[in-house]
Write a protein that binds this ligand. Structure first.
Ligand SMILES: Cc1cc2nc3c(=O)[nH]c(=O)nc-3n(C[C@H](O)[C@H](O)[C@H](O)COP(=O)(O)O)c2cc1C
Length: 365
């Protein structure tokens, strides 16, 4: 029996029906734009087009890896793909381990290439799985969705608090480095809700040919929370308690974007983890991200239908445009350089980590 595919459906069920979000925020509230009472700009002049890893996007938004692998995930991926194609944003699939173990479920992923033929598509495999995979397996995963990039997800928190998770994470950087040289499409290294720090970003930049990092910081979906609910449902109180302890573990998204930009100044960045509004998208970009990523809200809307998801993404885009108007920025290039005030915990964090705020805002963005 293929247990991976059943775990996938449990994850979806828990994410839709339980409170799985971090109790610590993204810290975006400590990042404040300077309101311009005389913007001298019309909303219809604001342009949110951009490119990511050389592909054009109509807006700097990516639905990051969520699902696939169980027949019930087919409709979700179809809806995500349909809306991504219609609005010209990026889309990732969830871990493709299930299809590499059991090709009969490949269609739950490949539906994405049917419904989003021109969108920017991201294949997905886990960092603990890549040790076992040959380059042919990885190519199989990317071809399954006609991917423009491959995300390798790092989830040591989830694995260590998960009942059946992997507990050894050695020699993986080397394998990522090797894959990044062999694969013909770019690799994105992504976290899954606990963030990336400066040191890890610079290890990735120095030892691999990875082209982008998705920070997936703390402030949104907590995979420790998800695994706590799974353990509770199975009556495993011991594992549930451990998972609960680490519910809020990680690096808040606001500081993770800055840390990653400092550690890997030349890589492209997806700012994600707790992105819920277009104002969050604007802040992620003003802090140094190239684009922003959302997962949980996209899933919650997708199960209600394509119209609901489309409305949600349109709202993200409109809110982003309003934030740009109110800061007098016509383009994302300008938004990336816009003046921001960094207060509170973010400021404290940066000071303690030896990152000079002024220098960062002037030289790294
Ligand atoms: C139901 C669900 C399943 C997910 N599965 C994957 C996965 O298979 N691979 C992956 O890289 N990330 C996965 N993620 C993590 C997201 O891509 C994202 O990094 C994380 O949820 C933080 O973003 P959010 O706060 O917007 O949800 C999943 C997220 C959700 C909600």
């Amino acid at each position: 029996m293929n247990t991976t595919r059943f775990r996938k459906i449990e994850h979806i069920d828990i994410c839709l029906n339980e409170d799985v979000e971090s109790k610590i925020s993204t810290w975006f509230t400590d990042v404040i734009f300077i309101h311009r009472a005389l913007p001298e700009l019309g909303l219809d002049e604001v342009n949110v087009q951009t490119s990511f890893l050389r592909k054009k996007l109509n807006a700097p938004i990516i639905i990051t890896g969520i699902t696939g692998g169980h027949p019930e995930t087919f409709e979700i991926n179809k809806t995500l793909a349909y809306v991504a194609e219609k609005l010209g944003i990026g889309i990732g699939v969830g871990s493709q381990r299930a299809a590499l173990e059991d090709p009969s479920v490949s269609y739950t992923y490949s539906v994405v290439k049917e419904y989003a033929p021109t969108a920017f598509k991201i294949a997905n495999i886990g960092f603990v799985q890549i040790k076992k995979y040959s380059i042919d397996d990885v190519v199989k995963a990317t071809e399954m969705i006609d991917a423009d990039a491959l995300a390798i997800h790092l989830n040591p928190l989830q694995e260590t608090v998960q009942m059946e998770g992997e507990k050894c994470f050695k020699n993986i950087l080397m394998k990522i480095g090797k894959l990044s040289k062999e694969l013909s499409i770019p690799i994105i290294v992504k976290e899954t809700g606990a963030g990336i720090c400066r040191e890890i970003a610079s290890l990735i930049a120095e030892h691999t040919e990875v082209k982008a990092i998705d920070v997936a910081g703390l402030g949104g979906t907590s995979w420790s929370a998800v695994e706590m609910y799974r353990a509770l449902r199975k009556g495993n109180n011991y594992t549930a308690e451990i998972a609960k302890t680490f519910w809020n573990w990680g690096i808040p998204t606001a500081v993770s974007i800055i840390e990653t930009r400092v550690g890997a100044p030349n890589l492209e960045i997806i700012g994600s983890g707790g992105i819920r509004t277009g104002l969050d998208v604007a802040k992620a970009i003003a802090l140094g991200a190239n684009v922003a990523g959302v997962a949980l809200p996209a899933l919650k809307e997708a199960v209600k239908g394509a119209e609901r998801l489309e409305q949600y993404v349109r709202k993200l885009i409109d809110e982003l445009k309003i934030a740009m108007l109110l800061t007098g920025n016509k383009t994302l290039k300008q938004l990336r350089k816009t003046d921001i005030v960094i207060t509170g915990k973010v400021r404290e964090w940066l000071e303690l980590r030896g990152i000079n705020i002024r220098e960062y805002l002037e030289k790294f963005r």
